[in-house]
Unconditional design. Structure first.
Length: 558
């Protein structure tokens, strides 16, 4: 998401590094890597751009990830940065403008409905980031000096693995974890290893459909990439001094939604997942179960590329397929949507994660600390909505094959046009925003809490304006600037420190705790969540423990 991307970038700067040939190396068997640099302030090494899978090109394009080839001819310093092909929906800039106006208290009166421009082969494409490449399946490892030195002594450290968000169409692994590492130990030395991964995005990572799969294409490739990277960690993290049996995955938005799909992978039929704990933050995706909708997206992609089959797609140049991916996501995505994301494929995703959790078809051994923001839906809600008809139009764009009875039930029973204070909205816009927040993001946290018998830790990020993605700056705060007025920056250092302490202590001990902060109790039968607000941190009842979330969990929208 655009705001989350800005926030992530804000946390990246401030470290001072040195790089030379005396930096340590690790031997992975198939390649040897030298640390790219050393952060003398935080006392950690960065091993950058480690290949964890073969290049997904040629016959491996639209195929499950494969093991990398052996290449020991030279020591690799990871100097070549890579990001997967990106795209950003056209409506994103309008959403950022509207949120900025809300923050400044000067919202414009938008009355026209947003209509996607529509992709054609002549739709413009901007200059790409020079790091963009289909060959993008790389990861970074940040390891404190003392942990790396103890690697040969088999003194294993806990691992934090970050899965980025970005609507499943953009995002990258390049985020500086200095603040988190410091929170795990001290300003001079952390107690955990940090890993961040790339995974395929957009059409290249999430194309699906009956014809596509019949031709041998693998659906949910981005999720398969993530699992492959997690298996890499399981096999190789000991080389860096990490403990493969103490891996905590965390991620925001699409990253958090990915984690839910990993927990429910294959309906729990393939044994334990390759991690032990999870911190999904604002876990989200636009649920797509409709086989017809998936097929339509695939056929549109074929038409846009001038091809007729998967075999022809695999023969396209990288330039052509990257261009088509950008065009389809950018110009075809209705407001609040991204065209591509996780889909029910009958294999990795046999049903929606909410259904699988309700049915007990998931890895029940995973310990979970889950969080959401108090204002998740605003970014994704068209600013022109002011009637039930507007809400229905938006729902039909997001769920084109929603049965008429489900649509009627949504707008007349679950979220009726009642604005007397008996429902958590006072206007049609707030009503629409709540529908998006619960249906796409916040109810997902409730599914996890209840599926694990309420034995989870759940928190609510409520620092105003608490829009989707605004907690990322707090997760990655490096002790830098605090602003009382700029919501793009950390506005409360106590909240930032507490959130980082909760994440790192959970990774180390399985129990989130922060010095000087109220005890973080489990969700329990009272649906207790810990609210992180600008002037208070305390317990409240989970607003997602409601009949609306129970309806969304049934997946009656397609």
């Amino acid at each position: 998401m655009s705001f989350a991307k800005l926030l992530g970038a804000a946390a990246f700067f401030g470290a001072v590094y040195a790089a030379d040939s005396s930096l340590p190396t690790v031997d992975l068997g198939y390649e040897i890597y030298r640390a790219a640099n050393f952060n003398s302030t935080g006392g950690f090494y960065n091993f950058s751009n480690i290949r964890y899978a073969a290049p997904p090109i040629g016959n491996l394009r639209f195929a499950a990830p494969a093991s990398p080839a052996k290449n020991r001819t030279a020591i690799n310093t990871g100097s070549t940065g890579r990001i997967c092909p990106q795209a950003q929906p056209y409506w994103g800039s309008e959403a950022v403008t509207f949120l900025t106006e809300l923050i400044l208290g000067t919202p414009s009166n938008v009355t026209e409905a947003y209509t996607p421009p529509g992709a054609t082969s002549n739709s413009p494409v901007p200059a790409m980031d020079p790091r963009t490449s289909e060959d993008c399946l790389f990861l970074d490892v940040y390891v404190p000096d003392k942990i790396l030195k103890n690697a040969k002594k088999k003194q294993s450290a806990p691992v934090l693995l970050w899965i980025y968000g970005g609507g499943y169409v953009n995002g990258q692994k390049n985020t500086n974890p200095a603040g988190l590492l410091a929170a795990s130990g001290s300003a001079k030395q952390g107690d955990v290893i940090y890993v961040s991964i790339n995974y395929r995005l957009g059409a290249l990572g999430f194309v699906s459909g009956s014809s596509y799969q019949a031709e041998g294409g693998a659906a949910n490739l981005g999720l398969l990439d993530q699992q492959f990277a997690l298996q890499w960690v399981k096999r190789y993290i000991g080389t860096f001094g990490g403990d493969a049996k103490k891996v905590t995955v965390f991620g925001e938005s699409a990253g958090g939604g990915s984690i839910m799909h990993q927990i429910t992978a294959y309906g729990g039929m393939k044994g334990p997942v390759p991690f032990q704990q999870a911190v999904p933050q604002s876990p989200g995706w636009l649920p797509m179960s409709s086989a017809l909708q998936q097929e339509e997206h695939y056929q549109k992609f074929l038409n846009l590329t001038g091809t007729k089959s998967l075999a022809e797609l695999r023969n396209l140049s990288s330039e052509a397929i990257i261009k088509a991916n950008f065009q389809q996501v950018t110009y075809d995505s209705p407001y609040g949507t991204y065209t591509y994301g996780p889909t029910v494929d009958g294999l990795f995703v046999p049903a929606q994660p909410g259904q699988l959790l309700a049915q007990g078809r998931f890895d029940k051994s995973v310990k979970v600390m889950v969080g959401h923001n108090s204002n998740e839906g605003t970014y994704f809600t068209p600013p022109n909505i002011n009637s039930t008809a507007d809400i229905e139009r938006q729902l039909i764009q997001a769920f084109p094959y929603m049965p008429a009875p489900s649509l009627d039930y949504l707008v007349n029973v679950l979220y009726p046009p009642v604005f007397n204070g008996s429902y958590p909205y006072l206007t049609n816009y707030q009503r629409a925003s709540l529908i998006i927040a619960e249906g796409v993001f916040t109810c997902n946290t409730y599914y996890l809490d209840t599926a694990l018998n309420n034995k989870t830790y759940s928190y609510l990020f409520a620092v105003p304006p608490a829009f989707h993605g605004f907690d990322v700056a707090y997760t990655y705060w490096d002790g830098g600037a605090v602003s009382a007025v700029n919501p793009l920056l950390v506005r409360n250092a106590t909240v930032a420190r507490a959130l980082q302490d909760f994440i790192t202590s959970f990774a180390e001990t399985g129990v989130p705790q922060a010095k000087g902060i109220v005890k973080f109790d489990m969700y329990g039968k009272n649906a207790t969540v810990l609210e992180l607000d600008i002037d208070n941190i305390g317990e409240t009842r989970d607003s997602n423990a409601n009949v609306r979330c129970k309806w969304w969990q049934k997946a009656l929208y397609s």
